[in-house]
Write a protein that binds this ligand. Structure first.
Ligand SMILES: Cc1cc2nc3c(=O)[nH]c(=O)nc-3n(C[C@H](O)[C@H](O)[C@H](O)COP(=O)(O)OP(=O)(O)OC[C@H]3O[C@@H](n4cnc5c(N)ncnc54)[C@H](O)[C@@H]3O)c2cc1C
Length: 482
């Protein structure tokens, strides 16, 4: 068996692994990057990138439908899904080849095959044709990601799609039941709703998009209802059967058994780590109770030569987190004193309206011992948002009452996913509410809403009335009793 030797080997070429390999190479390490599938991992091949291509196309359909608000009349848009799929595939292909170009240009050796550890310093790689080779290195980064969870009663197949099938756009079903009201379920369900499906969401927990500001969630739910869909919370999907031409999902909704007829089912209840077959247990790499690889703040596992990053190293399962971790692990391997020390890890949800968050919520701030002040500014009062006919939503900032330190930001509305970058920078730089409020923002632009929300928290908003803060309910009760 042929043996190759490198300074570092990265297993998995998703946003964690491909970035780690480039960073290692930039730091002078002789690096190999192993993946059994196309470069780019889940994110590029059937996650972030293709889903956003579909979301943008679906938004265009809706913009066309609503253009009559602005006196522009178009005939009902017709979607040719084969052509849309072709476009999406071309986007993916371009990104995958770009990564290949970057790896090659940085002198990273790309190896195609499935890797498994045979020792703490060696992996065996099996190619698609069964041929095996051995790769030795002083350090390994495991970046093998996560896989969709299959639940009892809903085996993935032509009837029941995972995110992977849903992103592939096999058809636009008339009625789609989406199990799971998390980020991926809500994003993909919304795409199908905009392309013409009636979408029924079933979420087992009492709220969709757990952890997200309820004001933002309400707007997303309103949008789903307006598109003829429905959201059921506290709803457990139990199984389904085929009856003639249709599928019937059995669910317990608020304790009552119900049957929901549909044409396809999307099951998006979460992801689980994908260490299977890597041989991590044989070489003593410790996993957490939930099956993630246990790492410290430098992404070292319990085996000194092995690091783990990205989805396999634990939540949140986000591409930019995986990439940042990849850079840190690469730097540690190259002898730098890097470690996880970020303040701001933003998250963007591409629903309608979009939601993006960074830093603490009001509850997080209270739990961390702060007395939070809140500033909220509605896009309905912002010239740019009104002018582009996307004026739904708000920016909400959380600050520390005593010091006025900015603690967190939630944006719900147009381009929230882009707008959150400024908030992330502000948090990372330790900005105070005044820093943002005093920064001149170009007019008329959407980021002015962030500036105004910070001003609102200080009682200094210009484009809304500054009302004295109402006491919180518990406090109001206590005051009445006193
Ligand atoms: C529909 C969808 C939409 C998403 N949208 C977003 C978004 O908008 N923003 C965001 O931040 N995140 C998004 N995500 C999540 C994002 O895709 C993941 O967080 C990200 O891909 C994780 O990167 P990773 O490098 O850890 O692993 P992955 O991207 O999962 O890559 C792992 C790679 O390892 C390879 N591999 C596994 N085992 C082996 C082995 N034994 N040998 C060789 N290769 C192996 C796999 O082939 C794969 O290519 C989305 C996910 C989905 C499914």
């Amino acid at each position: 068996m042929a043996t190759q030797t490198f300074d570092a080997v990265v297993i998995g070429a998703g946003p964690g692994g491909y970035v780690a390999a480039i960073r290692l190479a930039l730091l002078g390490q002789k690096t190999a990057l192993v993946d059994r599938e196309a470069l780019g991992g889940v994110c590029v091949n059937w996650g972030c990138i293709p889903s956003k291509a579909l979301i943008a196309a679906a938004n265009l359909v809706e913009d066309m439908k609503h253009a009559s608000n602005r006196g522009i009349f178009v005939e009902a848009p017709r979607v040719d899904i084969a052509k849309l799929r072709e476009f999406k595939d071309a986007v993916v292909k371009k990104m995958v080849s770009g990564i290949g170009f970057l790896e090659k240009g940085n002198s990273v050796t790309v190896v195609k095959g499935t890797a498994a550890f045979v020792a703490p310093g060696a992996v065996e790689v099996t190619g698609a044709d069964g041929a095996k080779s051995r790769i030795e290195a002083k350090a390994f980064i495991v970046a093998t990601g996560a896989r969709p969870i299959e639940i009892p009663g809903f085996p993935f197949g032509p009837d029941v799609w995972s995110a992977k099938e849903a992103v592939d756009l096999p058809e636009i079903p008339k009625r789609l039941v989406c199990i799971g009201g998390g980020v991926i379920g809500m994003e993909l369900g919304t795409v199908y709703a905009k392309l013409g499906s009636q979408v029924i969401f079933l979420e087992a927990l009492p709220q969709i998009l757990t952890g997200i500001d309820p004001d933002a969630v309400r707007l997303v739910q309103k949008g789903i209802r307006q598109r003829g869909g429905a959201v059921h919370v506290s709803a457990k999907a139990k199984g389904y059967e085929r009856r003639g031409d249709e599928l019937v999902v059995k669910a317990e909704i608020d304790g009552k058994e119900q049957e929901i007829p549909c044409d396809r089912i999307l099951c998006a209840v979460g992801f689980r780590p994908a260490p299977a077959g890597l041989g991590l247990d044989q070489i003593g790499v410790k996993l957490t109770e939930r099956g993630y690889v246990e790492v410290n703040e430098q992404y070292r596992t319990s085996v000194p030569s092995i690091y783990a990053i990205g989805d396999i190293a634990g939540p949140p399962l986000l591409a930019h987190k995986a990439s940042k971790e990849g850079e840190i692990a690469a730097e540690v391997i190259a002898g730098m004193k890097s470690a996880r020390d970020w303040v701001a890890l933003p998250a963007a949800i591409f629903t309608d309206p979009e939601i993006a968050v960074v830093g603490m919520s009001e509850d997080d701030a209270r739990n961390a011992g702060y007395d939070p002040i809140v500033g909220k500014f509605a896009f309905g009062a912002l010239g740019r948002a009104v002018a582009i006919d996307h004026a739904e939503g708000f920016v909400k900032v959380i600050g520390d009452r005593a010091s006025k330190l900015l603690l967190g930001v939630t944006i719900c509305g147009p381009e929230a996913s882009d707008l959150i970058a400024e908030a992330a920078l502000a948090l990372e730089m330790g900005a105070y509410l005044e820093d943002v409020a005093l920064t001149i923002h170009a007019h008329p632009t959407l980021p002015e809403a962030f500036m105004e929300a910070c001003k609102a928290a200080l009682g200094e908003a210009i484009h809304m009335l500054n009302r004295p803060e109402r006491p919180r309910k518990a406090e109001a009760g206590a005051a009445a009793r006193a």
